[in-house]
Design a protein around this ligand. Structure first.
Ligand code: ADP
Length: 477
């Protein structure tokens, strides 16, 4: 098997490799990917630093053309890349292809943003002086990504970093190097100069930590666990660098008595279980008012009976496997914890056998849960959700906000009054009315508050807040 190497200073290097396993079929090795060392990471940072002066002054048309070409190739290869994504991560082929197209759209959006770099011109408060406010690139950006969106998250960090003239050291998650390698290969063939984008695959504790410890990484954008996010934060404070964190969620989905039952069930099932519940915007707390509670729970149970959990690449699969053994253990541990805490396991939760050995878990739905149980407070990151029964809208809102996280928050209602009140009062970065908590657009801000996120928003034009620094210039005319 040929090794997919790291890209450092424009050269593909590395012979020490790890294997990438298909969670739908653990006998299937997806590929071999180089395992970067501390020295490799330092060389990548040095290369990005050396490439910065020239890239930061490159023409916008050059950047536009490279990002545009990348977008086109990603979309043209959507079936192949989508298949690779589903094979290495375990989401269904439809989701894998959809995410690949999304990555293409993100590169396309930022190809456009290259041509819209703008500033402001103001009059000074002093006579005969003009003031110009412009945005400049930050420098070397460290990009650290998780396994749950193997192509979209790298795309939404790499595309704006390059668009605004930064250079990059990119470290993808250990479990899903395939899609990351593919987009770096595409970007390089699209014409990126040497050293502008460096790929260092390998362990978080080695490659990631070396990035955190380097004074030459000027900003770090991170998506992953709360624990690692805190390490990124403290190391960044130490180096006085900019940092942006997207971490966990414990997103609520509120269902009111006046909701359209079919729509609410569909949105709740999607929020909780699609993509195997492995989205930071997934909902694992379904908060239901008592007038609709029993009908809603019965309908969700019925809907789940029709959900097919199987090989991610098989036609007809709705939910693929859990990503790996460690995550599967975490999910089953929480299923046990929920039962011990006194919640009722109303549906699923059992391990499933399929034609191939994989990490298959029947989506688990708890009822009779309370918001102080661990299953309601801690992020599980799997197909496990708990229904919490409440009296009315006011109690639902209070429980929805009673969490240390604040990424996404959803409500199913036909009441304009409650929908409007919820939009204003949900303590979350994103609010969904009659929609699943997950599923966002690529051209508008993404991010949360409280323990979910730190720093400015990702995606859309708001991305420029992180990837640029503001300069104010005064001229006596
Ligand atoms: P998850 O539970 O989603 O795997 P992690 O926070 O462990 O979340 O991983 C997210 C990313 O952070 C991965 O690319 C991982 O390799 C990286 N990472 C893990 N440990 C560190 C560390 N000490 N320093 C920097 N990056 C790390």
């Amino acid at each position: 098997m040929t090794i997919h190497q790291n890209l450092i200073a424009g050269e593909w290097v590395g012979s020490d490799a790890t294997r990438n396993i298909n969670p739908s079929n653990t006998g299937d090795v997806v590929g071999e990917y180089a395992r970067g060392s501390i020295e490799d990471t330092k060389a990548a940072i040095a290369a990005a630093k050396a490439a910065f002066p020239s890239w930061s002054r490159s023409g916008i048309l050059e950047r536009h053309a490279i990002l545009r070409k990348t977008a086109d190739e990603i979309v043209a290869r959507k079936d192949e890349l989508g298949r690779l994504l589903s094979r290495e991560e375990g989401k269904t082929l439809a989701e894998g292809i959809g995410e690949t197209v999304r990555a293409g759209q993100i590169f396309d959006f930022f190809a456009g943003e290259c041509l819209r770099l703008a500033g402001e011109v103001l009059a000074s408060v002093r006579p005969n002086i003009g003031v110009e406010i412009t945005r400049e690139p930050v420098g070397v950006i460290g990009i650290i990504t998780p396994w749950n969106f193997p192509i979209a998250i790298p795309a939404w960090k790499i595309a704006p970093a390059l668009c605004y003239g930064n250079t990059v050291v990119f470290k993808p998650a250990e479990l899903v190097p395939g899609c990351s390698w593919a987009i770096v290969d595409i970007l390089v063939r699209a014409g990126l100069p040497k050293g502008v984008l460096n790929l260092v695959m390998g362990k978080g504790s080695v490659v990631g930590q070396t990035m955190l410890d380097s004074p030459d990484v000027h900003a770090i954008t991170f998506t992953g666990s709360t624990g690692t996010g805190k390490r990124v934060a403290s190391a960044s404070v130490e180096h006085n660098r900019k940092y942006q964190l997207e971490m966990g969620g414990k997103n609520p989905f509120v269902v009111l008595d006046d909701a359209d039952l079919t729509g609410a069930v569909e949105a709740a099932v999607n929020s909780a279980f699609f993509s195997t519940g492995q989205r930071c915007t997934a909902s694992s707390r379904v908060i239901v008012t008592e007038g609709i509670h029993d009908r809603f729970v019965a309908a969700v149970g019925e809907r789940l009976k029709g959900v097919v959990v199987d090989d991610a690449l098989k036609a007809g699969t709705h939910i693929g496997p859990v990503v790996d053994e460690t995550q599967l253990k975490q999910d089953t541990d929480y299923i046990e914890i929920g039962q011990k805490e006194g919640a009722k396991l109303a549906f699923g939760g059992e391990l499933l056998k399929r034609d191939t050995p994989g990490f298959y878990l029947q989506p688990a739905l708890f009822t009779e849960a309370t918001n102080d149980m661990r299953i309601s407070r801690e992020e599980i990151f799997g197909p496990v959700a708990a229904v919490i029964r409440v009296k009315d809208y006011e109690e639902a809102l209070a429980i929805a906000n009673d969490t240390s996280f604040g990424l996404s928050s959803g409500i199913a209602t036909t009441s304009l009054k409650h929908a409007t009140h919820f939009k204003r009062n949900a303590e979350a970065g994103m609010v969904m009315v009659n929609l699943p908590t997950a599923g966002v657009d690529f051209h508008v801000p993404f991010g949360g508050r409280k323990g979910s996120s730190h720093g400015s928003r990702e995606q859309g034009k708001y991305a420029n807040e992180f990837y640029t620094t503001v300069k104010t210039a005064y001229t006596l005319a």
